[in-house]
Design a protein around this ligand. Structure first.
Ligand SMILES: Nc1ncnc2c1ncn2[C@@H]1O[C@H](COP(=O)(O)OP(=O)(O)OP(=O)(O)O)[C@@H](O)[C@H]1O
Length: 265
């Protein structure tokens, strides 16, 4: 992967001190009566600028719900979520659409590229829709960091899965969003392609000042992050700084098959 040239970080000067995103008493209840599920149970969370956070936990622990509520893709039952200093519940549908388009980058497990567009056209599509002109120097450093300079004219079908996901990552970063939310970005990739996508996400944080929040089931993927938050039963039950795959795996073993916390040792 080509080293990136130093570019001014994505953190706006006025935002120093304010987390890139934060949630307070985040609560999400699905269904009612017998089918009632508390997917998020009064979660408080901060995502600091220039930090790479992985969210882990057993199936059904609330990882996707947390990400969707923080990214304005799903509404909360109660509590508040902010992107920078914008509270999501204060926005109407149009405001939310604009916030997602202009201030958040998304990377999903299924790469979600448009098949008829080239890699470069896919990368700049959100900005084209928004009528924004890409910052040429920034776009250049994103394309170099993602290692796709020679593939920019190719359509998704002419790219490997790993290359397609790197296009999706470049698309997420091209507009210099305040936060990138990645939901299982390596779920469809072999380990080598996954490693190149994760290296890129880490580079975007370390060298480009981006803020990345990633849901993953994979301890090796989580080890690329600066910290790991562990969810169980809709609550954050633990946090690990400077994770290694081994320590994350050990921590995950402390959840029983039903996803609840068990004593280890
Ligand atoms: N639309 C929905 N309607 C009803 N219940 C839902 C809905 N979405 C999620 N849930 C429930 O909320 C809980 C949390 O789900 P969520 O998808 O956030 O978990 P997760 O940790 O992302 O799981 P996984 O690792 O399996 O993707 C689960 O019990 C799930 O069944």
């Amino acid at each position: 992967m080509t080293p990136v040239q130093q570019t001014s970080p994505a953190v706006p000067a006025t935002a120093a001190g304010t987390p890139a995103a934060r949630g307070r008493a985040l609560t999400k209840v699905y269904g009612r009566g017998d089918t009632r599920v508390t997917a998020l149970d009064a979660v408080d969370v901060d995502f600091r600028h220039g930090e790479f956070t992985a969210i882990m936990g057993p199936s059904g622990s609330g990882k996707s719900t947390l990400m969707h509520c923080m990214a304005g893709l799903d509404s909360l039952t109660s509590g508040s979520a902010w992107i920078g200093d914008t509270e999501l519940s204060a926005l109407d549908d149009r405001g939310l659409t604009r916030l997602r388009r202009d201030r958040i980058g998304f990377v999903f497990q299924a790469f979600n590229l448009l098949p008829t567009l080239t890699a470069l056209e896919n990368i700049t599509l959100p900005m084209d829709i928004a009528g924004r002109t890409p910052d040429a120097a920034w776009l250049d450093s994103v394309v170099d960091a993602v290692g796709l300079r020679s593939r920019l004219g190719h359509r998704p079908a002419e790219l490997s899965g790993g290359q397609q996901q790197r296009v999706a990552c470049a698309r997420a970063l091209a507009g210099r969003p305040q936060v990138v939310f990645a939901d299982e970005p390596t779920g469809n990739l072999d380990s080598r392609s996954g490693a190149s996508v994760l290296s890129f996400l880490r580079t975007s944080v370390r060298e480009m000042g981006q803020t990345v929040v990633m849901v993953t089931h994979d301890p090796a993927a989580a080890s690329y992050a600066d910290r790991v938050l562990f969810l169980a039963d809709g609550r954050i039950v633990d946090e690990m700084a400077a994770p290694t795959a081994e320590r994350v795996l050990d921590r995950m073993k402390a959840f029983d098959a039903a996803g609840r916390i068990v004593e280890v040792g």
